[in-house]
Design a protein around this ligand. Structure first.
Ligand SMILES: Cc1cc2nc3c(=O)[nH]c(=O)nc-3n(C[C@H](O)[C@H](O)[C@H](O)COP(=O)(O)OP(=O)(O)OC[C@H]3O[C@@H](n4cnc5c(N)ncnc54)[C@H](O)[C@@H]3O)c2cc1C
Length: 416
């Protein structure tokens, strides 16, 4: 059987749904391989859906590594404020947290998904679930796309590939879009799991599982050379270090790197060492545990550091030998952790890499290789920090693709 549409969108995630609801007055088919839409959206933000961020657009663009400039037209065309207004207009009020993360007021991802679905239904988008696509071909003679499924051959003028990345494959994002894109002549930038916890050698902090520390400065070392430093909140888990600063910077971290954690409030390690040495010298009869208390570090972490430094906290400062003092200062201000592995695609929140941005027009999301072929969302080589930046990017790219098709359809003789 053959079925014809003006537009076919593949993938009912935030990018695909947003593009489908944005296209006006045309017959649109949305193909989704799961039996329901937005599986990943529903688990986003632990089911609460941090759908955008309230920071300025300039700040926004800095959250995508060196891909901010590619996203600029999409994010200006449909901004974070537009997202907030869009959902509010359709009955989903929002909550902006202190850290600028924006959630639906109900803290329920389903509310966001329901608006997207309702708008698609209103827009008469036909949605076909459990669709298995065997092959996609571009028919040069007819300037159309043939999408082959076991029972139906779909033909369309405009095709949007919004199949997501490769992470959390149980949500349906298994990387099919890369195969389709490659088949249609696109290059795929190497796929790497991103926004993932970091596994380190000889992890000593199991007992601290669940404890988070605010504003920790981390320096990154490669072959004994300092190459980077980050600052933010870390979370100890029972096997790894995690938390926003680790997850957001995991895209820059490689196996073999050493991360040095500064648990003190001192930005400058030399300043800390000077402060600590002076304190030890001037507090001769005070116990070590008394002066360490002033450092504002959780007691359970201090206990581990003292144990690893071989220092008895009940001894007085004057009894602390040179070796103990040196180790203690090092562990408090630059605790070294050697990176053993990064989380794999099963636990990475997003995929770094994907359809090369060099082959996509950033002002329209249209392929530079095949006319009327579009990409939107995580299938493209774009990944953002945590904080609502990935879902917003998916909405904005989906909207831009849809808007561009709207602007073009007038001049095409489309299928009815
Ligand atoms: C645990 C977790 C929490 C997250 N939390 C947040 C958060 O709070 N805020 C944030 O901004 N980002 C978050 N993200 C990232 C965000 O969810 C994704 O970046 C976003 O969903 C990408 O949208 P997308 O539409 O491009 O792809 P996806 O959401 O992956 O949707 C792609 C869709 O395409 C379908 N599909 C794939 N292949 C085919 C095929 N061959 N045929 C038909 N359909 C197909 C899939 O089944 C899926 O439904 C989180 C990610 C994870 C894993």
């Amino acid at each position: 059987m053959i079925k014809r549409y003006d537009v076919i969108v593949i993938g009912a995630g935030p990018a695909g749904l947003f593009s489908a609801l944005s296209i006006k007055n045309k017959n649109i088919l949305l193909l989704e391989k799961n039996s329901a839409p937005g599986k990943k959206l529903l688990i986003s933000g632990a089911g609460q859906c941090n759908f955008t961020n309230n920071c300025s657009i300039d700040e926004f663009l800095k959250k995508y590594g060196n891909k901010g400039s590619f996203l600029k037209p999409a994010l200006y065309n449909f901004t974070n404020k537009d997202s907030i207004e869009f959902f509010k207009q359709f009955g989903v009020d929002y909550n902006i947290r202190e850290d600028n993360k924006v959630f639906p007021k109900s803290y329920k991802a389903i509310d966001i998904l329901n608006v997207l679905l309702d708008k698609c239904i209103e827009n008469k988008v036909e949605i076909k679930y459990k669709s298995i696509i065997n092959d996609i071909e571009f028919d040069k003679d007819n300037e159309s796309f043939n999408i082959k499924t076991p029972d139906i051959l779909y033909i369309c003028k405009y095709l949007i590939i919004a199949t997501g990345g490769k992470s959390y494959p149980q949500t349906g994002s298994t990387g099919d879009g890369y195969i389709f894109a490659k088949k249609l002549g696109h290059s795929i930038v190497t796929l790497v799991p991103a926004l993932t916890p970091v596994k380190v050698e000889d992890y000593k902090f199991e007992e601290l599982s669940g404890i988070s520390l605010k504003n920790v400065t981390i320096t990154q070392w490669k072959n004994n050379k300092k190459i980077n430093n980050f600052n933010g909140d870390i979370l100890f888990t029972h096997k790894n270090i995690s938390g926003p600063v680790i997850i957001n910077n995991s895209r820059y971290i490689e196996v073999g790197d050493v991360l040095k954690l500064n648990f003190t409030d001192f930005n400058n390690i030399e300043d800390f060492k000077k402060y600590f040495e002076d304190k030890i010298v001037s507090s001769g009869k005070l116990r070590i545990k008394t002066i360490i208390k002033d450092l504002n570090i959780p007691k359970r972490l201090i206990d581990i550091i003292l144990k690893l430094s071989n220092v008895d906290q009940d001894k007085t400062c004057s009894e602390l030998n040179k070796n103990g003092r040196k180790k203690l200062m090092e562990y408090l201000s630059s605790f070294p952790l050697k990176v053993r592995a990064l989380g794999n695609f099963n636990i990475a929140m997003v995929t770094k890499g994907g359809v090369s941005t060099k082959e996509i027009n950033s002002k329209s999301m249209e392929s530079k290789i095949i006319k009327n072929l579009y990409f939107a969302g995580e299938v493209i080589d774009i990944d953002g920090d945590t904080g609502g930046f990935n879902i917003q990017a998916a909405f904005s790219m989906g909207k831009l693709a849809g808007d561009n098709i709207n602007s073009k359809l007038i001049s095409f003789d489309c299928y009815k």
